[in-house]
Design a protein around this ligand. Structure first.
Ligand SMILES: *[C@@H]1O[C@H](CO)[C@@H](O)[C@H](O)[C@H]1NC(C)=O
Length: 122
């Protein structure tokens, strides 16, 4: 097996495990989703976890898109990054895709207790 293929498989398996377990190192999915947005992609690189968090577009945002002549969109995905040793999520300004719009709505968020959200690293 080529090393790039095995690396790809490893990254895919890690991403799946991550979603199952809900955390990598100190980075917890709950702490970015916070019952309001949903992670739709995950990348792992060195000490960092990079995700895209999906928000359903509001009516106002959709109307703005139509005025601007953009294709209609139903959701907006914002890139976030988290250091595995620290666990604090911040917007990933360096992400190549940036903030992107999609024509489908986000999947539902897994609801968790407020205590679990309150226990997130700050
Ligand atoms: C987005 O909208 C869909 C359909 O209304 C809903 O089921 C889902 O929970 C919403 N997801 C988020 C992240 O708000």
């Amino acid at each position: 097996m080529s090393s790039s293929l095995s690396l790809f498989l490893l990254a895919t398996i890690s991403a799946l495990l991550y979603v199952e377990a809900g955390r990598v190192g100190e980075c917890r999915t709950t702490c970015i989703e916070r019952n309001v947005q949903r992670i739709v992609r995950v990348h792992l690189r060195d000490n960092y976890v990079m995700v895209g968090a999906c928000n359903n577009a509001t009516d106002a945002q959709r109307a703005g898109g139509i005025l601007a002549g953009e294709a209609p969109f139903k959701s907006i995905v914002t890139p976030y990054i988290c250091n595995k040793k620290i666990g604090v999520w911040t917007i990933d300004e360096l992400d190549e895709e940036g903030i992107s719009k999609f024509p489908v709505r986000c999947p539902p968020v897994d609801q968790v207790s407020q205590e679990r959200i309150d226990s997130c690293p700050k």
